[in-house]
Write a protein that binds this ligand. Structure first.
Ligand code: NDP
Length: 398
């Protein structure tokens, strides 16, 4: 009996639950647990499948997680709560002998700091326990790393330059909203930029480097160089890479709001006293911003995320390669009630879980997605709603 436990029932958790329910032959039983059980109940009701149960858990508390895992006895936990909970969930998995998958690297609450060291430190313990942890199985990180692994396997003798390009050309009709958890999103965007060049990390000002890139079916969009967590594992797993960068598009209106939010101190993550109570400004801001889960209804346009890679092809000649997916916000909403950013994260999380249950991605230890065979994943993810396309020897613009 294959039993998956999804922790977190926001936009991404909702999509993952919808998609797991579409494959009852793989996911025999699905448990959705989150801080508020009523949210899980709403999602279970909307899906309406007989094999879903729900529960409540505070995933900051290892004891509660251990009790949850003992009660439900899943083979795999899919962690779609927040990055703050990665380590407590991994601890509980080790204690109960359960495998693990997530979509975002651990972050301490008091510092916006993105690196895998905390989770890679669990490698030996997962290996010894014979358990598998799959890290970063959303779109980026996630499919971005799997695209890179696919390029390395099928197209390149040596990859030299990697640019991950992430465009959201959608319009939700709000003056300002983030597409996934606002606290996590704003922490990520306001940090300094960083990219990898010739064995070293080069730091830039936040969103300092930008240029227009052309996205398929969308056209040119101003794209900003940011640090993104998958760069860290990709340059280690593909050591021929000389330069690795990550670009994301932002509209002028979004950036103006972001600047104001920062200038007035609302992006702060240190506690301030308000009416005799400690509050964290960014968490307060999250409470008043639109809920990303509710953006879907009027969202139009597409996302386009992919990898632009150049180097030496299998035939020894110079090669450029672009592999990408475009995802339509409205279609994602019609299927799952969520917009494309949640969809493009939840579908790969389900697909990674399916790879685990089929025994195709299962080796003891803690692994980033590019360490597994990309072929069965990319076949399945296309069938599950995220088809991909390739452009060989086109102009990468980078
Ligand atoms: P949401 O904020 O919409 O959802 C998070 C969910 O986790 C909510 O249901 C929340 O409960 C629950 N949660 C938060 N804290 C706890 C806790 N202590 N115990 C139990 N449940 C908790 O976020 P998203 O769905 O947008 O994002 C989910 C994850 O996906 C994040 O880690 C995000 O970084 C990652 N992500 C990854 C992407 C990728 O491409 N790799 C892209 C987008 C997101 P409540 O509703 O009660 O607050």
């Amino acid at each position: 009996m294959n039993k998956v436990l999804i922790i977190g029932c926001g936009g991404v958790g909702t999509v993952a639950a919808f998609k797991c329910a579409q494959y009852p032959e793989v996911f025999h039983e699905i448990v959705i647990a989150s801080r508020r059980k009523e949210k899980c109940d709403e999602v279970a009701k909307a899906i309406g499948a007989p094999n879903i149960t729900t529960d409540q858990v505070d995933a900051d508390d290892v004891n509660q997680l251990v009790a949850l895992l003992k009660k439900h006895q899943p083979q795999l936990v899919v962690n779609l709560a927040l990055p703050y909970q990665d380590l407590t969930i991994m601890d509980a998995c080790l204690e109960c002998g359960v495998n693990y998958l997530d979509t975002a690297n651990y972050e301490p609450r008091d510092e916006a700091h993105f690196e895998y060291s905390w989770q890679w430190a669990y490698r030996e313990r997962f290996e010894k326990a014979g358990l598998c942890a799959i890290l970063g199985c959303g779109f980026d990180p996630g499919v971005s790393g799997i695209y890179t692994a696919y390029a390395a396997k099928h197209h390149f003798k040596e990859m030299h330059y990697l640019d991950i390009v992430d465009c959201n050309a959608g319009n939700h009709g709000k003056a300002f909203a983030t597409n996934f958890n606002p606290e996590i999103n704003i922490r990520e965007i306001t940090q300094k930029g960083r990219y990898y060049q010739d064995g070293k990390w080069v730091e830039t000002g936040a969103l300092e480097i930008h240029k227009a890139l052309t996205y398929p079916e969308i056209g040119p969009r101003e794209s900003y160089l940011m640090y993104h967590e998958e760069l860290e594992s990709l340059v280690l797993n593909f050591p021929t890479i000389k330069r690795a960068r990550f670009w994301m598009t932002f509209g002028q209106e979004y950036l103006t709001h972001l600047r104001v939010i920062q200038n007035i101190g609302m992006a702060r993550i240190d506690p301030v006293m308000y009416n005799g109570q400690e509050i964290i400004p960014l968490q307060f801001l999250k409470a008043v911003l639109p809920n990303p889960k509710e953006l879907g209804e009027n969202y139009t346009g597409q996302t386009s995320i992919g990898c632009r890679i150049s180097g030496i092809g299998k035939d020894g000649k110079p090669l450029t390669y672009y592999i990408y997916n475009n995802c339509d916000h409205h279609k994602a909403y019609e299927e799952t009630g969520m917009q494309a950013v949640s969809y493009t994260t939840g579908v790969p999380a389900m697909t990674g879980a399916m790879m685990f249950f089929k025994g195709l991605w299962n080796k003891p230890g803690v692994h980033n997605v590019e360490e597994f065979d990309p072929d069965p994943f990319l076949k399945q993810v296309a069938e599950a709603g995220l088809p991909w396309h390739e452009v060989i020897n086109g102009d990468l613009e980078l």
